[in-house]
Design a binder for this molecule. Structure first.
Ligand SMILES: NC(=O)C1=CN([C@@H]2O[C@H](COP(=O)(O)OP(=O)(O)OC[C@H]3O[C@@H](n4cnc5c(N)ncnc54)[C@H](OP(=O)(O)O)[C@@H]3O)[C@@H](O)[C@H]2O)C=CC1
Ligand SMILES: CC(=O)C(=O)O
Ligand SMILES: [Mg+2]
Length: 761
């Protein structure tokens, strides 16, 4: 296996064995580490975290075990446990060899659903010994994810542990796989116009995944008589004795077909949860029209999409791999299913929860996809259809959709110990887990939704702007006004598969009755600056930024967003011709950096190149006010390369003067400086200056100049793993936001929401 990863057809990924090994070896070997969530820096921290402080929660939990969810990691911790007897489709290679897979699953729990997880590899093939090992681990975990344990042992192990433990025990290869396959099959049947009651399915593989897949599709309505299960001995038929067990017997078919080839003749659907190459082109050729083929064996499928495409142009094809379209893989399930189960402290993961997850996944695939998904498809925005029957793992909507469906089902079936009361808050909490930006943005979005506004999207013919406008309207943030030629907007929308729905209107200089008023207004502002009326008329008629800004200036809209196709400074100049700063304020750019543990506002990241001391003071005042509006009590650091005079240098003078100006202005927020960024952000370093007036690490950083602001913000984003929103333009009398050139749909929506937030005052 010198070259792994299929390199033909739609496959875009390819890597060598060497690369796969290096990936696992480089840096810290393996794929995860444990990071403390509390400071462990001082003697006091140690006393609280360990002896004697730790005794307090110990005694509380001893009195009331439910408090373990409040004082320990238990409520968010899942163990991924295996004995390595069925590692992917590679067979019984033992517990140690299974560790890379189990570490991988643990990391995916964290990455996709913020579930903390640890892999445990148990060195026994003995069912009783395995059960005994796991059953006593209950106090450590909120859930148990069993992985890659061979059938039929896995059925016994899972059912015994479910009886013995009061937390969810879930065998991923059974139920995770079945849920995803069920979601995929619901959509594939829908697309091929079939009723589940009439479809005929052949499932090759009668192990953990096979039995569970067949059980779930039957639970969803496929008649028992329409399903044929196969294994290494061929068809599992009623009366067969060789290689049987009670789980296979339950699905044994009354049929005279004996081989997989015979079973496949005329079949509508194939599920492969067996081994590489188990399905031949001849078998595929014998299937019914519009065959549905899920070749889910890992790492290599039962048949490749290229092989199928060569003989059946009418097939819907899915594999378990990420390098083909339609990845039917349990990664779409386990992180989110456990998220929902943990969030309501479910005692189990029952059938209703699994069915809810399958339906939620199926429905999600039918919706318009966000940019992240388009990116995962290398720019080809997928649309519900034969090549997109199931969401992709990087779909950010999974975290809000699937856990909620699972949690609701848990509550409805009475297995939730801590039901959710406020669903809106729960959804916010879910999106914040995936994306730190979501929490802060949510506050803005919630406020805007209370009083939706009319926001102009100046570049209304651009597909991503139309998408953003559609999303803005669909989220109830307000009316989206698209500026552009009606026919062009409609054509672009059609091409992009977007409905121009309620809440979206089109406007252009040609069709508007207000064009003259806008030109008059612009002329009144520019006549003494060397412009003729016809210059102004031309600007309104031909330039969408001027037209949009005029709409906002004359109150025909509440705010505007632009910048996808033009440079920031050009758009700002256009906007400034029509919109003034607020009295006593100046337009400035504020970026919001959402870091893992904190949110920091950075200014001025857009407008002032080398602010004077007075301008720095104004930037501090405006940013502090904005921080309060976002719900952060400002602690403003006036940044420089020096801290309180050291090292001495002229360039810090302006910053020191700005502090003096703030002193005399008697502002109502905390500020200090000049100081270096590490002193501003690290309490230990700040403690070296006991006279510093900040009561904690700064959350507003006023930069000494544009170059340092821009460099620092971009480095934070690229190297620090922070999400940076902005720069947001504040200080204008009417809201206007400028996105970076080529901004993504989500950025445009966020900025439009900020324009609406700004309009709310
Ligand atoms: N895409 C996904 O998300 C997932 C994919 N899988 C894949 O499914 C496969 C099975 O996994 P799992 O159920 O956990 O394993 P098990 O060991 O529990 O079961 C394997 C089953 O496959 C059968 N089988 C093996 N080789 C063949 C073959 N050539 N022809 C017919 N049947 C065969 C075995 O038959 P017998 O009973 O006669 O031994 C057995 O019934 C693996 O390739 C795995 O990677 C699993 C989970 C998730
Ligand atoms: C994906 C998975 O769990 C498997 O192939 O076993
Ligand atoms: Mg597995």
């Amino acid at each position: 296996m010198a070259e792994t990863g299929n390199t033909g057809g739609r496959s875009g990924l390819s890597f060598t064995e060497q690369e796969a090994l290096l990936f696992h070896q480089q840096g810290r070997p393996g794929k995860l580490e444990i990071v403390p969530t509390k400071p462990m820096a001082t003697q006091r921290d140690l006393s609280l975290a360990y002896s004697p402080g730790v005794a307090v929660p110990v005694l509380k939990i001893a009195e009331d075990p439910s408090l373990a969810y409040d004082y320990t990691t238990r409520g968010n911790m899942v163990a991924v446990i295996s004995n390595g007897t069925a590692i992917l489709g590679l067979g019984n290679l033992g517990p140690l060899a299974s560790k890379p897979v189990m570490e991988g699953k643990a990391v995916l729990f964290k990455r996709f659903a913020d579930v903390d997880s640890i892999d445990l590899e148990v060195d026994t093939d003995d069912v009783d010994a395995f059960v005994n090992c796991v059953r006593y681990l209950g106090p450590s975990f909120g859930g148990i994810n069993l992985e890659d344990i061979k059938a039929p042992d896995c059925f016994v192990i899972e059912s015994r542990l479910r009886e013995l433990m009061d937390i969810p025990v879930f065998h991923d290869d059974q139920h995770g796989t079945a849920i995803i396959a069920a979601a995929g099959i619901l959509n594939a049947l829908h697309l091929t116009g079939r009723d589940i009651k009439d479809a005929r399915l052949v499932c090759n593989g009668a192990g953990a995944a096979g039995i569970a897949c067949v059980e779930l599709v039957k639970a969803l309505g496929m008649p028992h008589g329409n399903v044929i299960l196969c294994d290494t001995k061929g068809v599992v038929w009623q009366g067969r004795t060789e290689g049987m067990n009670q789980w296979k017997s339950a699905h044994a078919a009354v049929t005279d077909r004996r081989t997989l080839a015979e079973a496949m003749d005329g079949a509508d659907v194939f599920f492969g949860v067996s081994a590489k190459g188990a399905l031949t082109p001849a078998m595929v050729a014998s299937m019914a029209a519009n065959p549905i083929i899920f070749a889910m064996a890992n790492p290599d499928p039962e048949i490749t999409p290229e092989e199928v495409a060569a003989i059946r142009g009418d097939a819907i094809m899915a594999t378990g791999r990420s390098d083909y379209a339609n990845q039917v893989n349990n990664v779409l399930g386990f992180p989110y299913i456990f998220r929902g189960a943990l969030d309501v402290q479910a005692t189990t993961i029952n059938e209703a929860m699994k069915v809810a997850a399958a339906h939620a996944l199926a429905l999600l695939a039918r919706e318009d996809v966000p940019d992240e998904v388009a990116a995962a498809y290398r720019g080809n925005r997928p649309r519900f259809g034969r090549d997109y029957i199931i969401p992709v793992p990087f779909d950010p909507r999974l975290i809000t959709t699937i856990p909620e469906a699972v949690a609701r089902a848990a509550i409805e079936t009475g297995v939730a110990k801590r039901p959710i009361v406020d669903w809106e808050a729960y959804r916010h909490n879910l999106s914040a887990r995936r994306d730190p930006a979501a929490g802060t943005l949510q506050r803005v979005f919630s406020k805007v939704k209370q009083k939706p506004r009319r926001i102009v999207f100046a570049e209304g013919e651009e597909p991503q702007v139309i998408r953003a406008a559609a999303s803005f309207a669909a989220q109830g943030l307000g009316t989206a006004v698209l500026i552009g030629r009606e026919a062009e907007i409609e054509a672009a929308a059609l091409d992009a598969g977007i409905d121009l729905k309620d809440g979206m209107v089109m406007e252009s200089a040609r069709s508007s009755t207000r064009t003259r008023a806008y030109a008059d207004h612009l002329y009144s502002r520019l006549q003494r600056k060397g412009y003729l009326f016809r210059d102004c008329q031309r600007m309104i008629n031909t330039d969408r930024n001027h037209f949009a800004a005029a709409m906002v200036a004359l109150g025909d809209a509440d705010g505007m967003v632009s910048g996808v196709t033009r440079n920031y400074s050009v758009v700002l100049e256009d906007v400034r011709r029509l919109i003034d700063p607020k009295t006593g304020q100046r337009p400035i750019g504020v970026s919001i950096a959402l870091c893992r543990e904190r949110t920091v506002l950075i200014a001025d990241t857009a407008v002032h190149d080398m602010p004077t001391a007075e301008e720095l003071a104004t930037i501090a005042i405006q940013t502090a006010r904005f921080a309060r509006r976002l719900g952060h009590e400002p602690r403003v650091a006036m940044l420089a390369y020096s801290t309180f005079g050291h090292p001495h240098g002229e360039r810090s003078e302006r910053v020191r003067e700005a502090v003096a100006i703030l002193d005399s202005a008697r502002v109502d927020f905390e500020y200090d400086g000049e100081m270096a960024a590490d002193v501003a952000l690290d309490p230990d370093k700040m403690a070296l200056y006991p006279f510093c007036r900040l009561t904690g690490p700064a959350n507003v950083l006023v930069m000494p100049a544009f170059h340092s602001a821009s460099i620092a913000t971009k480095m934070l984003q690229e190297l620090g793993g922070s999400t940076v929103i902005g720069p947001l333009l504040i200080g204008l009398d009417r809201p206007a936001q400028i996105v970076p050139l080529g901004a993504k749909v989500s950025d445009i929506v966020n900025m439009a929401a900020f324009a609406a937030f700004d309009a709310a005052g």
